[in-house]
Every structure is written in C-alpha cells, then in structure tokens.
Design a protein around this ligand. Structure first.
Ligand code: UDP
Length: 492
C-alpha cells in the first residue's frame, strides 16, 4: 500500500452521536486493516461519550484526544457539546461554536508531528468542518472530508445549501429542479427542513453551511458511508458534482450484523441499552411469525407531535399487526422525562399488553437486535442514514417519516430509486390519521403485490451490502473482493 504501519491518521467528527459512531467504526476498520495509529479528536464530553460507549475500542492504537471547549463561552447552556443536548433552534449556535476548535485541532496536529517526527498521513474530518482543509495545509498534511450520510442524501444536502434560496423559488409550483440531479428527480418544498426552506444566504444556518460545504470540497477527497452497488447512480451524480475522488466505504455497521450466517447472531449489550433489555425484546420477537412485526423508531433524538402520536397509536392498533414502538414524550415535553399514559388513547397500554399486540419501549430500544430478528417485517423510520443502512442490511423494507437533516432526501431515494419504501408523512406539523397508518402498514407487510416487491428489493440490497464488506467472495456477483473492502484499500 506504500505506507508503513507507523503512519498516523487524525479524525474530527461533528459533535453528534450519529457522526461520532460512524467515525469510530471507520477508525477501527482502518486500524485493523493497516495497523496505523488513529486519533479521534473532539470536545471533552464527546470524548467521554466515545469512551463509555459499547463500541469503544480496546486497541491501544486508537487514541481519543480532548480539544478544549466550553459551551457557555459561546452563549450555549452549560455542558452542551453535542446536538443531542440542544433544542433544534440552538444547534446552529453549536455549529458556529465548533469553528473555535480550529486552533486546538491545529495544535494537536503539531503535537503529533513533533512526537512522531512527521505530520499525520492525513486528517479525516466531517463535511461540516470545511475549515479543516486550511488547517491540514498549515500542518503539512491533507484533509479528507467524510460524509456520514449516503451519496444521494449528501448530494442533495450540499446542492440545496449551495443553491439558495428555495422559498418562493417558483410561487406556482412547489417542485423544483436541483443542480447535480437529473431532471426527473424533482424535489418538493416539503422535503426541505424549515431552516433550508427559509434560508437565503444571510441567516445563521446559511452563514455556517455555505462556506463549510464549499471549503470541504477543496479536500483531497471524500469518504462516503455507502456501498457502490447500492447507490451506484447517486455516487455517479455526487462524483460529478463534487469533482474530487469519492470512496464509498460503508456500511460502518458491526461486522457481526453483516456476516451471512444466522441473522440472529447479532446481540447488542443489553446492559448498555437504557430502555429495555435486548433479551426481553428478543423473547417477545421469538413469539411472533416471521416477517410480521413492525418496528417503529425515530432515531436517537426525534419525537412526534402529541396529535400525531394519537393517530399513530390508533392506526397501529387498528392494523392488528404486532409492533415494537420506541416511544418518547411528544414535542414540547422533556424528551428525557417520564412518559404519561394521557399521550396515548385511553386504556391503550393496558389493551395492547392484554392482547400482546405490541411492545412499547420507553425512549431507547436495542435496534440492531430488533432489525436483525427474523420476525421483523418492516420499519417505520425517520430515515436517518444509520437506521436506513441497518434496516436495508437486514432486508427490512421501510415506511418513511422523515423529520430533519437529510432524512427527506433519504426517504425520497428509498421510494423513487430503490423501491424499498413508502412514505407515511413528513415532519411534525402534519396531521396523521389512524386510517393512513393502517393503510401503509398493511401495504408494506403484505406478502403479495407492492409489499412483496419492496421486500424483494430490500433483500437484494441486503445481499449487496453484505457482499461489499467481504474480503473474498463479495462484489455482488459472488466473486472477488467486496466493493467497500476494496474501496478502503484504494483509499489507504
Ligand atoms: N438507535 C437505537 N435505539 C433506539 C434509537 C436509535 O439503537 O431506540 C440507534 C440506531 O440503531 C442508529 C442510531 O441510533 O444507529 C440513530 O442514527 P440515525 O442516523 O438513524 O438517526 P439520528 O439519530 O442520527 O437522527
């Protein structure tokens, strides 16, 4: 590979769990493959989080480095160092504050350079940190930008921020063409988060996103958490748009979830799951028929409105399908606070406990255990990229309910390009009727017609994902090295 194993790579993820975890997964892959030393830098509380997570490595060649950061110095509440601890409207302030990491990050690179007598081989930084390109140059190395999302979502996100404004773009039509995509992929204004819908280049979000994205495209190359065969077309569009090399190195999922043996081999450490034990979920799932259960979850930090929660509850009950629902207080209430039965229809919890129709899991469930269980037939999801990859890697079709970030574009792709999803609704301001929930749930779980088609497509993608990470016998056709395995070698 032309590099010796005394090389050093330094990583800087964005301050959000959905970014820290894929960076850590990627660090482990590079480390195992090459023997390089990897340092992951972040603010103190995020480093604490990485240390405490089940995924934290025992390897002495993956180091965690704290960069000094004090949220109150930036007008943020105390101890708010990642997006999970902030309301949606304050996230942009954290993003602006993240630029203060520039000097400590540069100092870290100098320190490493002094200790090892040469600069790091490269730095791998989040696409949100375009400023790192300059830091890399000053430190005598190169920056590689890492998008933890998929190719389609990343392209949409970048193109949308770089071609503002979108509001009132064409008052007679809510659909619009987006540079980088073919004409047939029209976007709809409701697929845009309100920050993007209202952005005009002068607001706080635009003032952060536009320069960071533009500067990140000056990087040596881009890493994308996706699989060549699964997003071949979107990768082609992305490559044409960014005009720098793009390596697809995903999915960054635990290897046990991707090996082809039994889908039930994967077990999350239940002690680390705060909502319910993995054993309890698995016991309940064991009692259900194959491909019959609907899993409902909106990721690590989202919830829905109180009226949507009622509609969803009614629809699930009326559909009579078995379900596991990760449930949190609705919008406007403390997400980490207790759950009140008044947020559900009267007697709901008791009824579904008696009929054994569903399992309500408060706040957090062992998602990988659930998705990899043979009884799980569909996933009602906010379409966060990790959830999408986890679901597709297990051949589980999706009911999309995108909320923020690039979720609307992920959902669009799942429906239009992959044929593995239907969308129930978008965002938290819509009205969700029980009958709509019942209709889509029945459609996706139907063993005939459209439901069957989506399942078949999802299974085909699961095979491509699993093949992509194999050292031998991958490559979709069953021969040779898997594309993501090869892509990582090419990158290194
Ligand atoms: N997750 C989980 N249990 C839950 C909710 C989420 O294990 O109850 C995990 C899920 O498996 C995924 C991550 O949290 O790995 C959520 O990431 P995603 O990109 O889907 O959404 P985000 O939380 O970033 O919006």
């Amino acid at each position: 590979m032309g590099c010796s194993d005394d090389e050093h790579i330094v990583m800087l993820p964005m301050m959000a769990h959905g970014h820290l975890i894929p960076f850590l997964g990627f660090a482990k892959q590079i480390q195992q493959r090459t023997g390089f030393t990897i340092t992951i830098a972040n603010t103190p509380l995020n480093i604490n989080y990485l240390q405490s997570t089940t995924a934290t490595t025992n390897s002495s060649k993956i180091h965690l480095a704290e960069l000094p950061f004090c949220s109150t110095h930036h007008g943020l509440p105390p101890n708010t160092e990642n997006t999970e601890n902030l309301s949606l409207d304050r996230i942009v302030d954290l993003l602006h504050a993240s630029k203060s990491l520039k000097t400590p990050f540069y100092n870290l690179l100098l320190d490493i350079t002094q200790k090892q007598g040469k600069p790091p081989l490269c730095i791998i930084t989040d696409t949100f940190f375009g400023w790192a390109v300059d830091v890399a140059k000053s430190a005598g190395t190169v920056n590689v930008t890492f998008s933890t999302g998929g190719a389609y979502g990343t392209l949409a996100y970048m193109s949308l921020w770089l071609t503002l404004p979108h509001r009132n773009r064409n008052p007679d039509c809510d659909e619009f063409y987006l540079p980088g995509f073919p004409d047939r992929c029209r976007f709809h204004i409701t697929q845009l988060h309100r920050f993007l819908r209202n952005a005009d280049g002068t607001d706080s979000w635009s003032r952060f996103m536009q320069p960071q994205i533009s500067e990140s495209l000056e990087s040596y190359g881009m890493l994308c958490n996706t699989v060549e065969e699964v997003e071949s077309q979107a990768l082609e569009w992305l490559r044409n748009f960014v005009k720098i090399p793009v390596w697809s190195i995903g999915p960054l999922l635990p290897p046990a979830l991707l090996n082809n043996s039994s889908s039930n081999d994967y077990k999350q450490h239940s002690s680390k799951v705060p909502g319910i034990s993995a054993e309890k979920c698995l016991e309940w799932l064991d009692l259900q028929d194959a491909d019959s259960v609907l899993y409902v979850s909106f990721g690590s930090q989202n919830t829905i409105s109180a009226s949507q929660m009622m509609g969803l509850a009614i629809g699930l009950e009326e559909s009579k399908v078995p379900f596991i629902w990760v449930i949190r207080p609705p919008i406007g209430f403390d997400l980490k606070g207790g759950f009140r039965s008044e947020w559900l229809p009267e007697g709901y919890e008791e009824r579904i406990a008696i009929t054994k129709q569903g399992l309500l899991v408060k706040n957090w469930a062992p998602q990988l255990d659930i998705l990899s269980h043979k009884s799980t037939g569909a996933f009602l999801s906010h379409c966060g990229w990790n959830s999408v990859m986890e679901s597709l890697s297990q051949g589980v079709p999706i009911i999309g309910w995108p909320m923020a970030a690039e979720q609307g574009y992920n959902s669009k792709m799942l429906v239009e390009e992959m044929g593995v999803a239907v969308e129930l609704t978008r965002g938290v301001q819509t009205s969700v009727e029980g009958k709509d929930v019942k209709r889509v749930v029945e459609l996706v779980l139907d063993k005939r017609g459209k439901g069957r088609e989506m399942k078949e497509n999802a299974i085909k993608i699961a095979k491509q994902i699993k093949a992509s990470v194999m050292e031998k016998g991958g490559g979709g056709g069953g021969e040779g090295t898997g594309s993501s395995f090869k892509s990582l070698n090419d990158f290194v």
